[in-house]
Every structure is written in structure tokens, then in C-alpha cells.
Write a protein that binds this ligand. Structure first.
Ligand code: AR6
Length: 168
């Protein structure tokens, strides 16, 4: 599996699956989540609501992942995962690693070969991007998967530089 880095907007990417940094409600929010729902259109939200009404009545737990259609995005699926909120008092790194592992596990189940990830938890959830980049890259490298390309799509220069540091 190769790791590639792109600076840009994840909703502009063409990939088999696009990973969403969602929240447990699965019903939308700001950041990447807001952008994906805006650009992907209402079919994504409709499937998220159906998931809440069936398998995830209490929401999607932190560290887990689930797929829906990608609606109008240039992708077949959106894989929603819920990153941990960063904490100074508690080490939640394992949950952030789990997001990456679980997203790849779901991608394998779907047969996705190219998967685009944002820098999960580094926005609203305040995870320092250097540390998030290390966890993301190390976890993806250590995960056994049939995915051929993991593409990290970074929104700004600091995030791009942080991922470049670890992916090189
Ligand atoms: N493409 C790529 N990266 C983006 C984009 C985009 N269009 N927009 C923002 N980023 P965040 P989180 C970057 O806040 O920290 C939502 O409200 C952003 O610069 O989207 O996991 C959810 O509903 C940052 O580096 O996700 C949850 O409530 C990274 O994506 C909560 O935020 C992640 O920022 C999740 O917080």
C-alpha cells in the first residue's frame, strides 16, 4: 500500500472512498463533515439517518467507522469515523489509531482500493496536528489491508508539513 499526500479540499478528490471526520450523531457538523454533506448532497444524510434508526441508535462510538453512499462526490462511498476530542489529561491516541484501522477495515469490506483521509481530530477536536500525523501514518502503515492507496488530504500548510514529516 502506498501513502500519498495532497494539499486541498477532500470533497474535490476522486477516490473509491472518502473518509469523513464525523461526530457520533452522524447527522452532520462543521469542518470536513459539513463540506462532505454540502457537496455530497442529501443522500448521504438520508443513509446516516437510516443507520441511526437501525444499527446505531445511540450513535457511532468514537474510534469506529461505517460507510454510506458518497452521493454526488467523486467517490463510491463515504466512510464516517468519529475521532476522539483531544485531552491533556487522558491519552486517547488508541482511539485515533482505531479510526484509521476501522476505516481501512470497512474499506476492505467494500472492496475500496483508493481511500482519501482528512487529518481526523485536528480541527474542532483540537488534536495537535504533528501528533495526529504521526499516529495516522504509523497506524496506516501497520494495518494489513487490500487498499492500494491511502491519500491524506490536508487542508493547510501546517497539516501538510506535519504529514510529510512522517510519510517521507
Ligand atoms: N477538506 C480537507 N480537510 C478539511 C476540510 C476539507 N474540506 N475542511 C476542514 N479540513 P474537523 P475534527 C481539515 O474540524 O477535528 C465536525 O463538526 C481541518 O483543517 O473537520 O475531527 C464534526 O461534525 C482539520 O485539519 O474534524 C465533528 O463534530 C481537519 O480537516 C467535529 O467537527 C479536521 O477538522 C470533528 O472534529
Amino acid at each position: 500500500m502506498k501513502i500519498t499526500l495532497v494539499r486541498g479540499d477532500i470533497t474535490e478528490q476522486h477516490a473509491d472512498a472518502i473518509v469523513n471526520a464525523a461526530n457520533s450523531s452522524l447527522l452532520g457538523g462543521g469542518g470536513v463533515d459539513g463540506a462532505i454533506h454540502r457537496k455530497g448532497g442529501p443522500d448521504i444524510l438520508a443513509e446516516c439517518r437510516a443507520l441511526r434508526a437501525s444499527s446505531y441508535g445511540r450513535g457511532l462510538p468514537t474510534g469506529q467507522a461505517v460507510a454510506t453512499t458518497a452521493g454526488r462526490l467523486n467517490a463510491r462511498w463515504v466512510i464516517h469515523t468519529v475521532g476522539p476530542v483531544h485531552s491533556r489529561d487522558e491519552d486517547r491516541s488508541e482511539l485515533l489509531a482505531s479510526c484509521h484501522r476501522e476505516a481501512l477495515r470497512v474499506a476492505d469490506e467494500l472492496g475500496a482500493r483508493t481511500v482519501a483521509f482528512p487529518a481526523i481530530s485536528t480541527g474542532v477536536y483540537r488534536w495537535p496536528v504533528e501528533d495526529a500525523a504521526r499516529i495516522a501514518v504509523e497506524t496506516v502503515r501497520a494495518t494489513k489491508t487490500s487498499v492500494e492507496e491511502v491519500r491524506f488530504v490536508l487542508f493547510d500548510d501546517p497539516a501538510y508539513e506535519a504529514f510529510a514529516e512522517h510519510a517521507r
